[in-house]
Design a protein around this ligand. Structure first.
Ligand code: 5GP
Length: 210
């Protein structure tokens, strides 16, 4: 997308919600970390989840780990900008975090699934930029999930089935980036995000746009 197309899309002067989705194992977490290193002024929307932490995950940084009771209370209190059940666990995005950032004029990076991306872009259409990260193919995804050695075979199968369903929704996204060579995909993702940020002096467009 060119600068003028972005202007036509009407997102240039508003704070942005950069919504990144990908099947698990497509490398999204690594990509999002690289984006945050390159653009430390982006606010990362740390999701809340009821799933157990994986080795190395830190509470409050990777996720806020909470129990199902607290999660359900927050549903009652309308505290989620969106929430979804993914792979049998609850995941939610804090409405306060999103709305405080938008009020302050700050851009936000969200790493959420396809359902969440649809909910957020439906709720904040003028701010949302959707980006889908896809693996080169399903075999590559299986290999990545297996080599991660954090999930049981049954969980891996469930994630692969889910991935197929998510890939079927890819056409709904404004940008699609193939994570084949990691460094290249990082460059493309940073390029797409920069192209929307008028305050970013290194702005330019790369990546696959639709
Ligand atoms: P994982 O358990 O592998 O960290 O994440 C599983 C899936 O849940 C990923 O697709 C991830 O993007 C998604 N996810 C993480 N946080 C949220 C959230 O707050 N809302 C929604 N809808 N999905 C989320």
């Amino acid at each position: 997308m060119t600068e003028s197309e972005h202007r036509k899309a009407g997102t240039e002067d508003r704070p942005h919600l950069f919504i990144v989705s990908a099947p698990s194992g497509a490398g999204k977490t690594t990509l999002c970390r690289a984006v945050l290193e390159a653009m430390p002024d982006l606010v990362y929307s740390v999701s809340y989840t009821t799933r157990a932490p994986r080795p190395g995950e830190r509470d409050g940084i990777d996720y806020h780990f909470i129990d199902a009771e607290r999660f359900k209370q927050a549903i009652q209190q309308s505290r989620w900008a969106e929430w979804a059940e993914v792979h049998g666990n609850f995941y939610g995005t804090s409405a306060d975090l999103i709305e405080d950032a938008l009020r302050r004029g700050q851009d936000v990076l969200l790493d959420i699934d396809v359902q969440g991306a649809q909910s957020i872009s439906g709720r904040y259409p003028e701010h949302s930029i959707t980006i889908f990260i896809r693996p080169p193919d399903m075999d590559a995804l299986r290999r990545r999930l297996e080599s991660r050695q954090t999930d049981s075979p049954a969980v891996i199968e469930r994630r692969l089935r889910n991935a197929e369903q998510e890939m079927a929704q890819m056409h709904r996204y404004r940008h699609v980036i193939v994570n084949d060579v990691l460094e290249k995909a990082i460059g493309e993702l940073i390029g797409v995000i920069r192209s929307y940020r008028s305050s970013d002096p290194a702005g330019g467009v790369t990546g696959v746009s639709r």
